[in-house]
Design a protein around this ligand. Sequence first.
Ligand SMILES: [Fe+2]
Ligand SMILES: [Fe+2]
Length: 173
Amino acid sequence: MPNDTLILKPGCIEGLNQQIVNEMHASLQYLAIASYFDDEGLPELAGHFSRQSEEERQHALKFVKYLHDAGTRPVFKGIPDVRNDFSSATDAVQCALDGEIKVTNQINDLVGLSHRENDYMTHTFLQWFVTEQLEEVSTVTTLLQVIKHAGPSLLLVEDFIRRMPTETEGADA
Ligand SMILES: [Fe+2]
Ligand SMILES: [Fe+2]
């Protein structure tokens, strides 16, 4: 689409493109956490973080689709390195929580940018992510608390995850 018919503000386009990378980075970080738990012989924790990884990829694809729908071809950049080494289950899940807090701030910054640029279409599109971040931060915070309560008995955490409602039973992904 030629520039004079662009319905998105240039600053927002840059921010939306960056968020594709941020979500893919989160996806890769979750895959690294899933691999850590797989290696530790904890299949439920591995499965949980593997599903989270897939969910983050779907988030990236939502940004891709939005840009296309608004007549702008996304520009893909490289994904920064992720952490692969963790000293404990607590350390790995703390890394997940830190990541979700970071993404929450990124989404908030993007909402602020869209507001400053009077890009209310993008502002509305981002509301789904605002709500999603509350759920993600809440879920990983609870998991971190459960891991701390369980101490060395990580099989209790495996059982906790097995009883967790899946995305299809709870809110939409
Ligand atoms: Fe996400
Ligand atoms: Fe997330």
